[in-house]
Ligand binder design. Structure first.
Ligand code: ADP
Ligand code: MG
Length: 689
């Protein structure tokens, strides 16, 4: 944020000391601006105060009254119930707290309070199990008698404290910040000015005001983002690369000749687009989209071969070691036949090997390298890096994507993703990239037969694996692993693999793969699975992206209701990679309607776009961080799927502005540029000011 007040540390607020500042940092709040942009997750309507006697049993109510007396009850060891008698003007009710005896020191007799809590009426008395309270000191209340903001919290900070903190920050502003949005735009779209919007977003007078404020911040966020894209696009279209490609030659002909299949129509179409781009003077900057299994790898290989033929170097970056290694093995196999060498660089590469590899890249002796983000390390340099390919790009930040490019001099950049994003949205989201889509799967692919079954049907699923293994096939069993319960989850996977190896599958090899294993162990397991020695691989989601072992035809997903739809779709994409019929068994006993609906969607369709839409529908527009699972970048307040309309407007306005004043020379636009840098500056090159 460009305004000095907003840039100040939260510690400039007098109720924030080092301890509280540290707590706030945990949720990304460093400055006063960060705090004010920590928007409520929702509002609770506490506009209507009711007398305690009129509250509905079981509901949540807010009551105002005067404290009469307090009492501690200790019904059993470790439990203290603090009970306050409160008079609300028409009668007495009781407010109860559990294990918070200090309350009676704060709410002493005679004090006026607002109490919000769950209503319990019995024997003619009304009791509120307190969820929230506030002392009524005669000033405007933050927690009662209004729409009350509910925030995402951090440790040692409760809702009430957060409200007070934000209120204090708002008071500090005191009408002194400038709006960086151009006045014209504010008027055209009737957006509230920043100061008012901040007040209304936190403590709205009415629902309508809250909505208008939110709209402003959504617009603001998307507008700035679109401006950044416009600037990048401007720089790319105006730049000229200083490497050239020679026409397609023998390497490509041979490579294609050796392929055991013909390119699909979709592949040929995108290849033409990419190839034509390479021949242009400006760098290629393209997103290659294609559902799981569409065959993006072949296209990236052909692109890299054109670079090699032209005497240029090319680097392919993948998000996981397993995937990098897979690409390396596949490329080595395919390229050995045509005499092209390739290197592998990951975090697991040994020191000696690494040194040699780096030396050969620096001299240009080695043309092709595959790796993880290890490629981004400072000492990795190229003699002439002409092409950068990023696989499963949604797994990387914009920053990392750009970083590899900086190792060359305006290299061509191809990024690939299997995240199904509707085209209009993709255009808007990746406004700085051209887009190619492989819109068909290779021929002969049957949709994966998908079933959702209860845990007690697991033996049947296991016998399906046995059948397939007897036919020479292989199988995955995927176990969920979430951070909060990582230890337990990991143990479940280990136990399952041990149990299967000792019992059901004792006559063939069962392997175990998870993220906590050492790189060499992972490699070893993948190698044995790839070779077909291991028949059944019990794994956590480390196999989620990109893994390609066409001989695997069964996947069992345990506790499938714990996965999001996008993730289930990615996982299932690991089977059905050949002409053989494949199966996916979702084992779960879903506890929620949403969980059930997800599984049903999976059994009904294998179309990534349909699933993406279903995902959006299920999670509903209220979800703040709804984009996480679909692999789209995360915004603070905007939701790209929900806010499509605002996104469109933001894009149009951003493009118009970038046309009018491409270098942000006007004083009004300079403020905008400063804000863009502050928010998206890291890793994004916003030159031109
Ligand atoms: P993704 O697009 O998910 O990265 P891959 O590139 O890994 O997919 O390809 C999936 C599988 O399909 C691979 O085993 C690949 O060899 C195979 N494949 C790719 N193109 C074709 C094609 N035109 N015909 C048949 N099989 C193909
Ligand atoms: Mg892939």
């Amino acid at each position: 944020m460009n305004n000095n007040l907003l840039m100040k540390s939260v510690q400039s607020i007098n109720t924030v000391g080092p301890r509280r500042a540290a707590s706030l940092q945990r949720i990304g709040i460093f400055t006063v601006g960060d705090l004010l942009y920590h928007f409520p997750r929702r509002y609770e309507d506490r506009t209507r105060l009711s007398p305690a006697g009129a509250c509905a049993q079981g509901g949540i109510a807010t009551v105002r009254g005067t404290v009469l007396a307090s009492q501690d009850l200790k019904p059993k060891p470790g439990l203290v119930i603090t009970k306050l008698a409160v008079h609300d003007g028409s009668g007495v009710f009781y407010a109860v707290w559990f294990n918070q005896p200090f309350i009676k020191k704060i709410l002493t007799p005679g004090k006026n309070v607002y109490i919000t809590g769950k209503v319990d009426r019995s024997y003619g008395a009304t009791q509120l199990a307190v969820e929230d309270y506030e002392v009524d000191d005669g000033s405007d209340s933050l927690s009662a008698g209004r729409l009350v903001p509910i925030y995402a919290l951090t440790e040692r900070l409760n809702q009430r404290q957060m409200r007070v903190l934000i209120k204090t920050a708002l008071t500090v502003l005191n009408n002194q910040i400038n709006d960086f949005l151009p006045g014209e735009i504010i008027e055209k779209y009737h957006l509230p000015r920043v100061e008012r919007a901040l007040c209304q977003a936190h403590f709205p007078d009415r629902e309508k005001e809250a909505a208008a404020a939110r709209k402003r911040f959504i617009f603001e966020e998307l507008f700035l983002f679109q401006l950044v894209l416009a600037v990048r696009k401007r720089d790319i279209t105006r730049s000229e690369k200083n490497h050239r490609y020679v026409p397609e030659g023998n390497l490509l002909r041979l490579y294609q000749k050796n392929l055991p299949f013909q390119l699909t129509g979709g592949q040929r179409k995108v290849w033409e687009e990419i190839s034509a781009d390479l021949d242009r003077p400006r760098p290629l900057h393209r997103l290659l989209q294609g559902d799981v299994g569409a065959g993006k790898t072949v296209i990236s290989t052909m692109t890299m071969l054109r670079a090699v033929e032209s005497g240029l170097q090319a680097a392919l970056m993948a998000p996981t070691e397993i995937l990098a290694e897979q690409h390396y093995l596949g490329l080595r196999r395919d390229l050995a036949a045509i005499g092209v060498e390739i290197g592998l660089l990951t975090g697991a590469t040994r020191k000696k090997e690494r040194e040699l590899l780096l030396a050969r890249l620096a001299t240009g002796e080695l043309k092709l390298v595959v790796g993880t983000h290890a490629l981004l390390q400072g000492d990795v340099s190229f003699q002439k890096l002409g092409l950068v390919v990023v696989d499963e790009q949604h797994r990387f930040g914009v920053r990392q994507r750009a970083a590899l490019g900086h190792k060359g001099n305006l290299p061509d950049t191809l990024v690939m993703t299997a995240t199904p994003i509707p085209r209009t949205l993709a255009l808007t989201l990746y406004g700085d990239l051209d887009i190619s889509i492989i819109d068909e799967l290779p021929p002969g692919r049957n949709p994966v037969k998908t079933y959702a079954v209860l845990p007690r049907a697991l033996p049947k699923a296991l016998s399906l694996i046995r059948e397939q293994v007897n036919l020479g096939r292989q199988a995955y069993i995927v176990c969920p692993l979430v951070e909060e319960s990582e230890k337990i989850d990991l143990q479940a996977a280990v136990d399952l693999s041990v149990d299967l190896a000792a019992n059901d599958f004792k006559d063939f090899q069962v392997g175990l793969l998870h993220g906590r294993m050492k790189s060499v162990e992972k490699e070893e397991i993948m190698l044995r699975f790839r070779r077909g020695d291991i028949k059944v691989l019990v794994s956590t989601t480390v196999i989620e992206v990109g893994v390609d072992i066409p001989n695997a035809t069964v996947m069992i997903i345990m506790d499938a209701d714990r996965f999001g739809l996008a993730q289930l779709h990615q996982l299932r994409g690991r089977v059905g990679r050949s002409e053989r019929q494949s199966y996916c068994i979702l084992v779960a006993n879903p506890k929620t309607d949403e969980g059930r609906a997800r599984l049903r969607a999976m059994t009904r369709t294998s179309d990534g776009f349909v699933l993406a839409e279903e995902d959006l529908r299920l999670r509903g527009p209220g979800e703040f961080h709804g984009t996480r699972q679909s692999g789209l970048p995360e915004f603070k307040i905007a939701d790209l799927l929900r806010d499509g309309k605002i996104l469109q407007i933001a894009r149009e306005e951003a493009q118009a502005l970038a046309q009018r004043d491409p270098y942000f020379k006007s004083s009004e636009n300079r403020a905008l540029l400063a804000e863009m840098k502050a928010r998206f500056g890291e890793g994004i090159d916003i030159s031109g000011a």
